[in-house]
Structure formats: structure tokens, C-alpha cells
Ligand binder design. Sequence first.
Ligand code: C5P
Length: 223
Amino acid sequence: MRRTNMIITIDGPAGAGKSTAARMLARRLSFEFLDTGAMYRAVALSALRAGIELRDEPALARFVRGVSLEMPAGLVLLDGADVSVAIRSQAVSDAASLVATSPAVREHLVHLQRIIAADRNIVCEGRDQGTVVFPDATCKFFLIADAEERARRRHRDLAVRGEAIDPATLMETLRRRDRQDATRPVGPMKAADDAIEIDSTGLSSEQVVERMEAVVLSRRSPA
Ligand code: C5P
């Protein structure tokens, strides 16, 4: 059945500016916004708190089915409690990339993402949104940036949280996460064949969003 709602996907590596771009683009278009990385982070946080061994696929598969995750606008609720801040730590970033290799976790979250987006005009950002979750999306973007710039952005985000990580270590963990995200067998980070690649290195968020908006408007069917 043909969709009547419009889905825009933004995929790409950590620190490329996906969340900011997705949020700003959604606001400009009066669309909703879904940060799917936050969902993997919430599952990871929940598993860490429960002492689940993150490489134990059967244990994770059982566990994820019982996780109560809600994504009301701008919030991430785990068992009803807001974990929007707690999921941003470096420890949770690493754990999220690990639980994201689990086919059971991915299946569960992909299903949830499709339910959330079902009848909405929405901008969804992550790693597999244009390839696996919404292959029929109207506009697909793959946002990239130099590793150095991505590490600088992550460093700034973590510093705001009061978490100091030295830039060399950060760069190494970013590279490890990229490698893990791009090489996992299920839902790897990858540009869809019909995605438009944008390199945000040296661009402001406004410039990135302007480029995206121009593409979206050119594809919007006349009312
Ligand atoms: O985007 P963010 O850095 O918050 O994502 C955290 C982790 O969640 C990523 O490193 C990736 O492993 C995983 N993820 C994913 N698929 C998505 C979104 C995020 O595997 N659609």
C-alpha cells in the first residue's frame, strides 16, 4: 500500500551532525523527529543496569522483549523514567554499539520504529533508516564528516555533560564504533543506493539543513 505520510531518513556515522540536522529539519517542515540511536542507547543502559552480558545474544534477546521504551517528543522513557541525559555517556555509547550488533535487539527496535513512524510525517535518523527500516522513504540522506571534526564535536558534547575524555582516546573509540557499526552482519551503517550524501565538514548546521530542505521541497508533491 502506498504511504500517504512522508518519511525522511538521515543516516551516517557518530558525530556527523545527524541529530542536530534531523531536529532542525523536522522543525522547519513541521515534521516529527525520531532519534533511533537513543533507542539503542536506552536498551544498552537498561541492559547495563540489569547486569546483562552484552555479548550474550540469547540473554539479550530475552531481555529486550521486556524493556519498556517510549519515545515521546524530545524524551526517552525507560520503564516510565526519563533517561534522556543518562544515555549520553561514553560508556553507554560503547555499550549501544555492542547491543546494536544483536539481531534480536535490531528486530525489536526496527519494529518499534516502524510503529512510531506509521502515520506520521517524520525525520528519522540513525544508521539503517534508509536501507532497512524505511526503504520507501521519500528522501534519504547520508551525512558524513571528517573523523577529526566528528571527534571534536563529540568532545564538545561530552564536555557539556562534564565528561572529559582526551581527544586521542575519543578518536580511537569513535573509529572502533564506526568499524563495529559498518561491519555488523545485520543492519550495518551504510548509505542507501538512492541516498544523497552530504559532507558536513566545515558546514554549519544551518547550511546542512538548507541543503536538505531544498531536496525535500523539490520532492514534495504539490498539494
Ligand atoms: O547515533 P548514536 O551515536 O546515538 O547511536 C548509538 C549507537 O546505536 C550507534 O553506535 C549504533 O551502533 C547504534 N545505532 C544503530 N542503528 C541505528 C541507530 C543507532 O545500530 N539506527
